[in-house]
Design a binder for this molecule. Structure first.
Ligand code: ZN
Ligand code: ZN
Length: 340
């Protein structure tokens, strides 16, 4: 096989094909060769169900929206051949009102790869050759490890939730859920000088949280909720579980903030609304990111975060199916990466 392209053709089915790329590169795009990609919870939803909640795929698609790549053909842009770039997957319109306010995550006509939210679907990054808008490619210095740079997109999501929550140095922050996103929020908050407590059901996940920056680790069900009631300035909800959201409302202090980072699925939920009222809690949502992509790349360049500890396993592109199956099994702690 010369150049590998992966396609999700049905639930739990990845097809590998020889990639055929047109000679002409679309205007404004650069041609890139995949360096490293990583798997997101969203990819996992599509892999397991051929859908992410209410967003159902219409046709086979290449998954992946977290990656970095090498420039093959700059196609008239300022990029340089051979340069390593972080890929910002948000292709915003640059003209709508949210875009003009710098809120490209809320762009009314943005395109996003490997997702049913963009119709017709755009292929994602789990393939060898990628044509991507040059303006969405952020070049980095030669000494940046591509296995770390692939974290730019998920790290940006985590930083956005910290910014929405107003997390700053010296604050007491609780992160509920130590999956990949929770761990990145923990590492990001710790890098900002916050004192971070992590909660998860799985002792191994809590152990990892302590390795990447949490000061305290709690195993759900093994401590008294009363003991941490009203203790935190900010709670970042990263588990997606309704009981964890209610625990967050209890754990946050009066006038504190609960920031929802997790990919909350659409289902009826019993929420302790009285606590939001009584404690004057701010509940904020966090969807994707804006300027945080740049913040994330800089954090990676500064080598402040132990991304190796956050990496559970790595697979070659030709074993993308195995990588997705490992993630679906729930046996991996941290992030799974795919090497181009
Ligand atoms: Zn993602
Ligand atoms: Zn827009």
């Amino acid at each position: 096989m010369s150049r590998i392209e992966t396609k999700l053709t049905a639930a739990k089915t990845i097809a590998f094909t020889d990639q055929v790329t047109p000679d002409a590169i679309p205007e404004g795009h650069a041609r890139l060769r995949l360096a490293v990609a990583s798997i997101c919870g969203t990819d996992l939803h599509y892999f397991s169900h051929f859908a992410n909640g209410i967003f159902v795929l219409n046709n086979p698609v290449t998954l992946g929206h977290e990656a970095c790549a090498y420039v093959v053909d700059a196609n008239g842009s300022d990029l340089k051949e051979g340069q390593l770039v972080a890929l910002n997957p948000i292709m915003n319109c640059q003209t709508c009102e949210p875009c003009q306010r710098g809120e490209e995550n809320l762009c009314t006509s943005k395109k996003f790869p490997g997702s049913a939210t963009t119709v017709p679907h755009l292929d994602g990054f789990f393939r060898e050759t990628i044509d991507h808008p040059a303006r969405c490619c952020r070049p980095v210095a030669d000494d940046v490890d591509p296995r770390h740079l692939t974290f730019a997109e998920p790290m940006a999501c985590a930083l956005h939730s910290l910014n929405k929550g107003g997390v700053s140095a010296g604050q007491k922050v609780l992160v509920t859920g130590c999956g990949p996103m929770g761990l990145l929020a923990i590492a990001g908050a710790a890098a900002r000088g916050a004192e971070v407590t992590a909660i998860d059901l799985r002792p191994k996940a809590v152990e990892l949280a302590l390795r990447v920056g949490a000061t305290n680790g709690l195993i759900a069900g093994e401590f008294e909720e009363k003991d941490i009631e009203g203790s935190f300035d900010v709670v970042v909800e990263a588990s997606g579980a309704i009981p964890a959201f209610n625990s967050a409302l209890k754990a946050v202090r009066k006038k504190g903030t609960v920031s929802i980072l997790s990919n909350m699925q659409m289902k009826p939920a019993e929420v302790l609304l009285n606590l939001i009222m009584l404690k004057e809690i701010q509940v904020v949502g966090s969807f994707q990111f804006n300027k945080e992509f740049e913040e994330a790349v800089q954090l990676i360049e500064e080598k402040k975060i132990d991304f190796d500890a956050l990496t559970a396993a790595s697979f070659p592109l030709a074993e993308t199916d195995k990588a997705l199956e490992l993630m679906a099994s729930g046996a991996a702690f941290g992030k799974i990466i795919i090497l181009g």
